[in-house]
Design a protein around this ligand. Structure first.
Ligand SMILES: C[S@@+](CC[C@H](N)C(=O)[O-])C[C@H]1O[C@@H](n2cnc3c(N)ncnc32)[C@H](O)[C@@H]1O
Length: 234
């Protein structure tokens, strides 16, 4: 597999990538390798192999469905990568905070979008600034849980939920798998049971779509939207 433009084209070796990720996970350093994916891009965001370089069409469709007011509301993009989805949220009217644990990812975002209204910053989902708790009307997650192992996945889910303001929306876009299959995959797609963890934590599922993307061969995905329940007044 080749990535990048003609002048920057590099070969991506999936087997080497998986070996590298597994070695970090085996030494319980599952967050320590992300920045290397961005520094390996050598200053060109087009070389980041997992970046689609366009907004997620399912996010765009949700933003355009006319059911939710976006203007002036606060959104946060978790693990924002090179920024396409954060920019789409901003275009839709949100005041957007977009963060990633990778300093180089954030540097690429700022260089790519010098006039952006988005606040891009380096932060760790597991140690975010305290004022972010319950601060956001929309929390957007795309493909972060799937690159985490074991207990970090439920911790990531819980941290995402903790960012939601009362009545806020949480959107999850991810690779999917059938329960009991692909259990050693890197990235490890989510099965329905794992995604249902958002319901078990008290969110209301508003929509759920299972679909195959346009890659060859197609990769199965989920796109789900949730809403936090307002506390009942007595
Ligand atoms: C597979 S990439 C997806 C990037 C982007 N959301 C996209 O769809 O292109 C996962 C991203 O999550 C970031 N990430 C992983 N763990 C994180 C953490 N604890 N806090 C913030 N970002 C994290 C990684 O650096 C990486 O950019």
């Amino acid at each position: 597999m080749y990535i990048g433009t003609e002048d920057t084209m590099k070969e991506f070796d999936p087997a080497e990538y998986k070996k590298m990720v597994k070695s970090f996970q085996a030494s319980d350093e599952p967050l320590a390798w992300f920045d290397s994916i961005y520094t390996d891009a050598e200053g060109d965001y087009r070389n980041v192999f997992w970046a689609d370089l366009e907004p997620n069409p399912y996010l765009l469709s949700w933003l355009n469905n006319g059911n939710v007011v976006h203007a002036g509301k606060r959104a946060i993009a978790v693990g924002c990568g090179v920024g396409d989805d954060a920019e789409a949220l901003s275009e839709a009217g949100y005041q957007v905070t977009a963060f990633d644990i990778s300093p180089e990812a954030i540097r690429l975002c700022k260089e790519r979008y010098p006039d952006s209204m988005v606040t891009y910053l380096v932060a760790d989902l597991f140690d975010y600034p305290p004022y972010w708790a319950e601060h956001f009307d929309l929390v957007y997650e795309c493909n972060t849980i799937q690159v985490l192992p074991g207990k970090y996945r439920t911790q990531a889910r819980d941290a995402m939920i903790s960012l939601l303001s009362p009545d806020g929306y949480l959107l999850v876009s991810c690779r999917s798998r059938k329960s009991g299959e692909q259990e050693d995959d890197i990235p490890l797609p989510l099965d329905r049971e794992e995604l249902d963890g958002f319901n078990r934590c008290g969110l209301i599922e508003e929509s759920f779509e299972a679909y195959d993307d346009t890659q060859s061969p197609p990769v199965p995905h989920f796109f789900a939207t949730y809403r936090k329940q307002l506390l009942q007044s007595s």
